[in-house]
Design a protein around this ligand. Structure first.
Ligand SMILES: Nc1ncnc2c1ncn2[C@@H]1O[C@H](COP(=O)(O)OP(=O)(O)OP(=O)(O)O)[C@@H](O)[C@H]1O
Length: 863
């Protein structure tokens, strides 16, 4: 540390080092998470006071203390930066230092903005990849570091974020830009004015250049060179009095009378003619104030009309061949998706490609046309906000005494004719946008975005009044909750109205147990036909043995109900047997065939095993297996996948590591480059991610969702950082830790495995220690299995996964679960009938049940 000769600086510097040492002991990970808390640092904080004796004035003391702390902190900060890189594990010292400063700042021991000053310097000194890491820190601590003293911090936050945004490419780092914006949005209150463009400045630096060669045979009469923008601005010859338009028809003036449609009956230009006109519109889009000049406005109007006419002509043409364009669209999408992850980095580029050669292609693309039309709508809204009607409306709502004149353009009023033109043009654009693939949806989206934008403009005109609403009081909250409950409760609802389902399982008091009962497979699976055979036999006996007429009728009705349900089930698979049924009370034929079918199907060795024969765990959450290196995770996972290939699906992670020999992309890993990996990470596409041995690894949400979509249960292997992230994201899974009988077996197994040299084994064992340490945290894992004898561990693992822990372990879980449904079903059906006194209400009118599934649903829900 640099000596400053100031005793307090040296003393605080020493204390800071002690705090950092303590932090390293407390937080044993090398990652940003978890954050340090004041209690983690023991009594070090009390010692801060002793370094700064109280002086005559508290203000003087505060100022000198802040200066001393800042100097010492900066020394330490620079030392850390000089000795580590942001990617190295030792960078944890930086995060620890920032955490310590955050604690000091919350305690008002140092300048509140100190942390952000350092972050600003850090961002300035790092590459974009390094900045991502710093942002990991900022995002993970956002709430904490912005909760107190925000006014003192906000300027630095804004400055550093803006500086970072300036460095980022909107095209290549779109997702990172988004992270920065989201950080700003979340940190600053909604009504914060610091980033509001109060002066109504337009983004005039965004100049769109295009080929300035005059097109052959065009109608352009002159080419003006706009010296500011250094681009050729073609001017269309337009009738001189178009804005007054007194003696001319709308067609003659290119202006539009009320209700007339712009672009009506005007033939489209050639592409060459349109090209300069089309691109010169961008000038007015980025500098709308140009339109206050009559000449510019006239040429703008003609350009807009010519463009829309061309768009309409293209639309009509593509409507004539819709199938082809649909095909092309599909092919485009397919090709893009087929290119695997490379298109991830190929994000939207906000700069237009304006080559003349591309023009025709671009303009025939619907998305491109929509983009331009959206720009047109924005400018139409801008023009219409200057109309006399809009002015009147604004004055009616009552502006504050000091409205923001810079965004009002009070000296500009759009005349009636131009207003009508803008209204007509807006209407035509809207009509156009509603057509085509998803046109209505697209139109609705932009309509709502634009209408919201108008509110922001109003807010700016009103000089950004604070957007706050008084907090809801506890009384108001309770009153509205009670009222809502009252409004949604039907008092006349009978507990179990005649003919309706028993909805008791929905009752709140039943809570989790009720939900669990809903997951019972018997609720959604069809009962087997066989299960009805015995019951119908029993009903037959009841009919024969009935002591009086009433008993007999009850038994007949019960039999009819069951026969009906059995027939509905048989109708899906054994319709042939129906021919053999001669009497409605004698349906045995369906049972005869059914036995044969079951015999054929239950053949576990058969490749084409039907899905319904598969046995799934009751708990279908993802399974996460962790454990120290060498404990046998991969071995157990392999066994599980071999035995339960149709039930459990393994996901491949994404990694930046190059493939090893024999590794297959998509099977062992998804091998992606760093750029694509970062884009995925910034886009929150990973459930968890980590860096190991200098390479990045991540579990893609999409891959996991894909396994679920296949109807399988995802199985993942993760180390404790990953588990921590997964838990923080609130992803529900079952966490199983595989533990060795004692740590020494790990080394033996790794040596026996022979896949790593001595050094790698050492490195693995070091991390293994941490894994074992974490396993001690109460509740971190749902199940800990000690892998002593492999076969026993596998059985225990299966039992846990399939929810058969408590049952006999001699048979495999699959066997156990498989053997139960038939008998359980019989019991449940009986219980149902009993619960209702008889199965009278089971009868389902034919008109109400159209399929076999409905029989199962329509019948009493199984409990
Ligand atoms: N119960 C067991 N008894 C003896 N050897 C075992 C047992 N379980 C696994 N092994 C062996 O231990 C070695 C390490 O197992 P495995 O590769 O499955 O470990 P791992 O936990 O996946 O390790 P890593 O995390 O390093 O990939 C293998 O050679 C495996 O055959």
């Amino acid at each position: 540390m640099a000596g400053h000769g100031v005793q307090a600086v040296d003393a605080f510097g020493g204390l800071l080092l002690e705090m950092l040492q303590r932090a390293e002991m407390v937080k044993q990970t090398n990652t940003v998470e978890p954050a340090l808390h004041k209690t983690d640092l023991g009594d070090h904080f009390e010692r801060v006071e002793s370094i700064f004796p109280s002086s005559s004035s508290p203000e003087t003391k505060k100022r000198s203390q802040y200066a001393v702390i800042e100097t010492a902190v900066r020394d330490t900060f620079n030392n850390i930066l000089a000795s580590t890189t942001i990617d190295a594990p030792s960078s944890v010292k930086l995060w620890n230092l920032l955490d310590i400063i955050a604690i000091l700042s919350d305690d008002e021991q140092c300048d509140p903005a100190l942390l952000f000053w350092l972050v600003e310097e850090l961002l300035d000194s790092q590459t974009i990849a390094g900045c991502r890491k710093i942002f990991d820190y900022l995002e993970s601590r956002r709430e904490r570091i912005t909760a107190k003293h925000f006014p003192q911090k906000q300027l630095v936050i804004l400055r550093s974020c803006n500086e970072l945004l300036r460095r980022l490419s909107r095209a290549e780092d779109t997702a990172f830009c988004g992270r920065v914006f989201i950080f700003l949005f979340q940190s600053f209150p909604l009504g914060d004015k610091s980033s509001v463009n109060l002066r109504g400045e337009f983004h005039t630096e965004n100049v769109t250049t295009f080929d300035d060669m005059p097109p052959k045979g065009s109608d352009l009469e002159s080419m003006e060179v706009d010296s500011d923008a250094k681009i050729a601005v073609p001017t269309l010859k337009v009738p001189s009095s178009s804005s007054t338009g007194a003696n001319k028809t709308p067609e003659e003036t290119n202006g539009f009378a009320k209700g007339s449609s712009p672009t009506k009956s005007v033939p489209p230009m050639s592409m060459d003619q349109l090209y300069p006109i089309f691109w010169s519109l961008q000038q007015s889009f980025s500098q709308p104030k140009r339109l206050f000049d009559k000449e510019h406005f006239d040429s703008f109007k003609s350009g807009m009309e010519a463009t829309l006419t061309m768009f309409k002509a293209i639309q009509n043409e593509s409507n004539g061949r819709p199938l082809k364009s649909m095909e092309e669209n599909k092919r485009g999408v397919k090709r893009k998706r087929g290119e695997d992850d490379d298109d991830l980095a190929n994000a939207f580029n906000p700069k237009y490609l304006t080559s003349r050669d591309l023009f025709e292609l671009e303009i025939s693309d619907l998305s491109f046309r929509r983009h331009i039309l959206l720009q047109m709508l924005i400018i139409m809204d801008f023009l219409l906000s200057l109309s006399a009607k809009a002015r009147e409306k604004l004055s009616k709502v009552g502006l504050p005494d000091n409205p923001n004149k810079s965004v009002m353009y009070a000296d500009q009023v759009l005349n009636e004719e131009d207003t009508n033109w803008a209204v007509g043009m807006k209407q035509s654009i809207n009509d156009y946008l509603k057509q085509g693939l998803d046109g209505l949806f697209f139109h609705r989206m932009i309509e709502s975005a634009l209408s919201r934008d108008k509110n922001w403009v109003r807010w700016k005109i009103e000089n950004c009044p604070t957007i706050t609403r008084p907090a809801v009081t506890p009384d108001e909250y309770i009153a509205s909750k009670t009222a809502a409950r009252k409004a949604t409760t039907n008092k006349r609802l009978r507990p179990n109205p005649l003919g309706s389902l028993d909805l008791k399982f929905l009752s709140e008091s039943d809570g989790q147990a009720g939900l669990e009962r809903l997951k019972d497979p018997s609720r959604y699976r069809l009962p087997s036909i066989k299960s009805f055979q015995n019951k119908i036999g029993l009903d037959d006996m009841d009919i024969d043995m009935a002591r009086d007429e009433e008993q007999k009728n009850t038994a007949i009705e019960a039999k009819a109900s069951k026969s009906w349900r059995a027939l509905r089930i048989a109708s899906t698979s054994k319709l042939v047997a129906f021919d053999k049924i001669e009497r409605s009370d004698k349906i045995d034929e369906i049972f005869v065939d059914d036995v044969k079918i079951e015999e054929q199907v239950i053949n576990p060795d058969e490749e084409s095993m039907e899905d319904e024969d598969l046995v799934f765990p009751k708990d279908r959450h993802s399974i996460v297996i962790s454990g120290p290196s060498g404990v046998g995770k991969s071995t157990l996972i392999k066994m599980l996948l071999e035995k339960h290939a149709k039930v459990i699906g393994r996901k491949a992670s994404h990694t930046t590591r190059p493939p090893r020999e024999g590794e297959v992309h998509g099977q062992d890993y998804f091998f992606v480059n760093k750029e694509n990996y970062d884009v995925m990470r910034d886009g929150d596409e990973f459930l968890e991610y980590n860096n190991f041995n200098g390479y990045d690894y991540g579990t893609s949400r999409k891959v996991v969702e894909g396994i679920v979509a296949q109807g399988k249960i995802p199985l993942m292997e993760m180390e404790y950082h990953g588990i921590q992230q997964v838990k923080e994201k609130g992803y529900a899974a079952r966490f199983i830790f595989i533990s060795p009988t004692e740590p020494s077996v790990l080394e033996q197994r790794l040596k026996r495995r022979g896949s790593d040299d001595e050094n790698k084994i050492r490195a693995r064992l070091e991390i293994a220690e941490k894994e074992l340490e974490h396993a001690k945290i109460d509740g971190f894992h749902d199940k800990i299995l000690v892998n002593d004898v492999l076969e026993d561990t596998f059985k225990a693992l299966e039992s846990y996964i399939f929810g058969t822990d408590d049952q006999d372990m001699s048979s495999t879980p699959s066997e156990q679960v498989k053997s139960t449904p038939a008998s359980t079903e019989v019991d449940m059906m009986d219980a149902n009938a009993d619960a209702n006194g008889s199965s009278k209400s089971d009868a389902i009118p034919a008109s109400k049940t159209d399929g076999a599934v409905q029989v199962a649903e329509g019948a009493e829900p199984m409990k």
